[in-house]
Ligand binder design. Structure first.
Ligand code: UDP
Length: 320
């Protein structure tokens, strides 16, 4: 498999995966509507097509222009809070858009897809670490939209022979290749902590009374480069394995620990505002990813210090 369509390849995880694929000798082709993506984050020499999942005719033209061996699908709206306020936007783009993409693929007999899913498909954890058999009861339309697509894939596999792998990410972070995380608005903890350290005002720590050792929430932060590597391995395993895999490190890190590591990496103090809990935040979310190790031979390599020091380098040099 050489020609890989990276849909959403101008976004955070998509652009890192595009760089990684190129480095590994693949020919990635990026499609993106550039609503949230950055054209600057697409590597030089990689073909780019401005395409929106809402347009079946644009999709048809894309699949006529190139002969793709496989598709990696990152293109989704991913703001949990917004999904609660505007579910129609999320179901239209994330669900209907993916069905449009599948239609265009199947029309030209492209049957290989790797999909960005999320730990948000599990909802409130019933136990941790979360494995792939944990019940899936999403608590917001964003998680719901991703779960719906996993179900569509299973049906398309039975009916049309689709080969698919859904990767359920935990907390993506870090940077590589001279690009990094650049969301607008930014809601994620690590970039916000680093910006506070750089003089952007105090970080709001949402909740200090959780039932965790230091009272703050625990998450499983995973380096974007480890995620990129998992996507490449998944491309190589399509056909041998079908289904969903967790991508996490199995190591939980609290909000206070993130702040402490960020202070160590930067050598500066982080101003903190101890704030109230944010709605919908479970106390603990971390994964077992033994299944991904088994199915893909994937082993995450970067620890939290490396994640934060790469993110810190990006925050200091950011170009977009
Ligand atoms: N968080 C925080 N302040 C912020 C942003 C996030 O205390 O400004 C906490 C949030 O409550 C959660 C953790 O940091 O416990 C990670 O949040 P993030 O939004 O990065 O990812 P999520 O786990 O919600 O997908």
């Amino acid at each position: 498999m050489k020609n890989i369509l990276v849909f959403g390849g101008a976004g955070y995880i998509g652009s890192h995966t595009t760089y990684h694929l190129k480095t590994m000798g693949y020919n990635p082709i990026v499609a993106d509507n550039l609503i949230y993506g950055h054209k600057e984050s697409i590597p030089k020499g990689v073909s780019f097509e401005k395409v929106d999942l809402a347009s079946p005719s644009q999709l048809e033209a894309l699949f006529k222009k190139y002969k793709f061996d496989a598709v990696i699908h990152f293109a989704a709206f991913a703001y949990v809070g917004e999904s609660v306020k505007e579910p129609a936007k999320y179901y239209r783009n994330n669900v209907v858009g993916t069905i449009n993409l599948l239609d265009a693929m199947l029309a030209v007999n492209v049957k290989n897809i790797v999909f960005s899913s999320t730990c948000a498909t599990y909802g409130e954890p019933e136990y941790t670490p979360i494995d792939e058999t944990h019940p899936q009861n999403p608590i917001n339309p964003y998680g719901q939209s991703k779960l719906m697509i996993e179900k569509v894939f299973a049906d398309y596999e039975r009916a049309y022979g689709l080969r698919w792998i859904a990767l359920r990410y935990f907390n993506a972070a870090g940077a590589a290749f001279g690009i990094g995380e650049s969301h607008n608005p930014e809601t994620h903890l690590i970039p916000l902590v680093l910006r506070s350290i750089m003089g952007g005002g105090a970080i709001n720590v949402f909740g200090t009374d959780y039932g965790t050792p230091d009272g703050t929430c625990i998450r499983d932060y995973i380096h974007v480069l480890d995620l990129a590597n998992a996507h490449r391995l998944a491309i190589e395993k399509l056909g041998d394995f079908t289904g969903a895999l967790n991508l996490g490190t199995g190591v939980g890190t609290s909000v206070k620990e993130i702040i402490a590591v960020s202070e160590k990496v930067s050598g500066k103090k982080c101003p903190v505002n101890w704030a109230a809990r944010r709605d919908g935040d479970p106390a603990r979310l971390f994964a077992t990813s033994g299944k991904a190790r088994e199915a893909l031979g994937w082993i995450p390599e970067k620890n939290i210090e490396e994640i934060i020091s790469d993110a810190w380098a990006w925050e200091n040099e950011r170009k977009f």
